[in-house]
Design a protein around this ligand. Structure first.
Ligand SMILES: CC(=O)N[C@H]1[C@@H](OP(=O)(O)OP(=O)(O)OC[C@H]2O[C@@H](n3ccc(=O)[nH]c3=O)[C@H](O)[C@@H]2O)O[C@H](CO)[C@@H](O)[C@@H]1O
Ligand SMILES: C=C(OP(=O)(O)O)C(=O)O
Length: 504
């Protein structure tokens, strides 16, 4: 691990999956074939672990994925005074000794700076303060993927509406509270001028945790409908909270005085399968001309990804029986160009646009990929040309003309950009080397082991990124561009095919 302290590793197995150097050698050109099971969701596990701080008795969560981010979260919880036991994905948290003192709660700034999910501590810690008659929380500026601006103004506005006071400074924020009172809360904001409002996912989880123990009723408007938010809400309800409307954009929360511990036997204590991991393997299969079956995720949660893959010419179907449904992806040959746009759930997740960009890079024709949720998410776009992909940008839209990719050398800038570069390397002719590939371990459990089982040729030599190879003449490199004429045919994803019901 080059980016994080070794103390964050939850198992030695994980450290050897990518290699201690954090670099990955990939020999591309082999279609992925076989079966892969996804782990628990990073973005559900992090707020669920944080929410466990709220319960009086111990809470046990199951299927907690073994990731850098979950390791950091467990260390943060321990640092706050919680007792944490971690037995291969079953995590027991006892927060009985987490009480505000004379000084604010302050999760370790170094760890907070390494992950976005640390922001999910704010709501539960604030609630903990209110349950003890008052206190404050100091949170350093949180880290995470490089997606452009990632404000937390909606989180803070929610806390203020509930009665907290907020003080910002250059290094972070301090939120103080005596008691929390039910309120009307607004959780959507336009990502950029001119774009439709998007709900905040972690902001909704934070507001739910604080409202759960507020005096009176809160109504959360413009709430996120993402499955990860539903998972947190169901865990809180299992602890005794009274939340209605989960899965819709209006949540009504009737505050209760205390929340009890949740047993690991409770279905709400199980972290759901990671829909972004599932989508990543689905896209990798389509990009390599492969055929795979993905287990361990609810198919309706990847309906929009399935629609995008179908638009690129792949066949996607559901197999298995109720409760054990799997997703089958058959590439059906070279993909054709497609057009997609990210949106809040049940729309296409922003977290799969980088991986779809790698698919577009091998598709026949010119594809358009627009990120309306994070219009500046482009770390992957500047690196894909290392594999000789032709990439341009027009505002929030990536314009990608597909062709044959060739092995390249590149450093991974962040989690999903790393996934995109890995897919490009798997689809490329020849050998590639991806430096800082250990960033994949923030969101994928044993990715190299899973890919090898699907037939990928991966090594992990002691290797350093060399000089950038020259772009192939005529294919161009990445260049930000103004509006341009679009060449080639694209298949847009119709609202009907991207609807959740397409796979339900
Ligand atoms: C740990 C975690 O769960 N991360 C996920 C979470 O991030 P995260 O919760 O940080 O992302 P948000 O849902 O908050 O961001 C969505 C949009 O709302 C805007 N916004 C957000 C908060 C705010 O206070 N003000 C504001 O304007 C953002 O700039 C963005 O345009 O949801 C994102 C959107 O699905 C995913 O890409 C991340 O993987
Ligand atoms: C953006 C992501 O993660 P984070 O919010 O943790 O940075 C992601 O999972 O794609």
């Amino acid at each position: 691990m080059d980016a994080f302290p070794t103390a964050t590793l939850r198992s030695m197995k994980r450290s050897s999956d990518i290699g201690r150097t954090g670099t990955l050698a990939v020999t591309g050109g082999t279609p992925l074939r076989g079966r892969v099971r996804v782990g628990g969701s990073k973005n559900a596990a992090l707020p669920m672990l944080a929410a466990a701080l709220l319960t009086d008795g111990p809470t046990t969560l199951r299927r907690v994925p073994d990731l850098t981010d979950t390791g950091l979260m467990l260390e943060l919880l321990r640092g706050l005074g919680a007792s944490v036991e971690d037995d291969r994905g079953t995590v027991r948290i006892d927060a009985a000794h987490v009480r505000p003192g004379d000084r604010p709660f302050e999760p370790s700034p170094g760890r907070v700076a390494a992950m976005r999910g640390a922001v999910c501590l704010l709501g539960p810690l604030l609630a903990r303060c209110a349950m003890s008659g008052g206190g404050s929380v100091r949170l350093a500026t949180v880290g995470g993927c490089d997606l452009g601006p990632r404000p937390i103004d909606r989180h803070l506005a929610a806390f203020e509406a509930l009665g907290a006071t907020v003080a910002r400074d250059h290094g972070g924020v301090t939120v103080s509270v005596d008691r929390l009172r039910g309120a009307e809360i607004y959780l959507s904001a336009p990502p950029a001028p001119g774009l439709p409002p998007a709900p905040t996912v972690t902001g909704t989880a934070n507001a739910l945790c604080a409202a759960a123990i507020a005096d009176g009723v809160s109504v959360l408007h413009g709430a996120a409908r993402e499955p990860e938010v539903v998972a947190v809400g169901e865990l809180l309800n299992a602890a005794g909270a009274r939340i209605e409307g989960l899965g819709t954009d209006v949540l009504t929360v009737t505050g209760v005085r205390r929340l009890r511990g949740v047993s690991g036997r409770c279905p709400a204590a199980v972290v759901p399968g990671d829909r972004i991991e599932a989508a990543t393997w689905m896209i990798a299969a389509a990009a390599t001309g492969g055929r795979i079956v993905v287990d361990g995720v609810e198919p309706s949660e990847v309906a929009a990804v399935a629609a995008a893959l179908r638009a690129s010419g792949a066949r996607v179907s559901i197999c298995g029986s109720a409760g054990h449904r799997s997703i089958r992806v058959d590439s059906c040959g070279r993909p054709t160009a497609f057009e997609v746009r990210s949106a809040a759930f049940p729309g296409l997740p922003t977290d799969v646009l980088p991986q779809l960009a790698a698919l577009a890079a091998v598709a026949d024709g010119t594809s358009l990929l627009t990120d309306d949720v994070f219009p500046d998410r482009n770390a992957h776009l500047s690196r894909l040309p290392r594999f000789h992909a032709s990439v341009e940008r027009a505002g929030a839209t990536a314009v990608i003309t597909g062709g044959d990719l060739h092995g390249g050398e590149v450093h991974a800038p962040d989690l999903r950009a790393a996934a995109a570069l890995l897919i490009a390397a798997l689809a490329a002719e020849g050998s590639s080397r991806i430096g800082r590939a250990s960033v994949l371990l923030r969101g994928y459990e044993r990715p190299a082991e899973k890919l090898r089982a699907l037939g990928a040729t991966l090594g992990a030599p002691n290797w350093r990124v060399g000089k950038r190879p020259a772009a192939r003449p005529g294919r161009g490199g990445w260049r930000p561009a103004g509006p341009r004429r679009i060449l080639g045919r694209t298949r847009p994803v119709s609202p009907e095919t991207s609807a959740c019901s397409a796979l339900a």
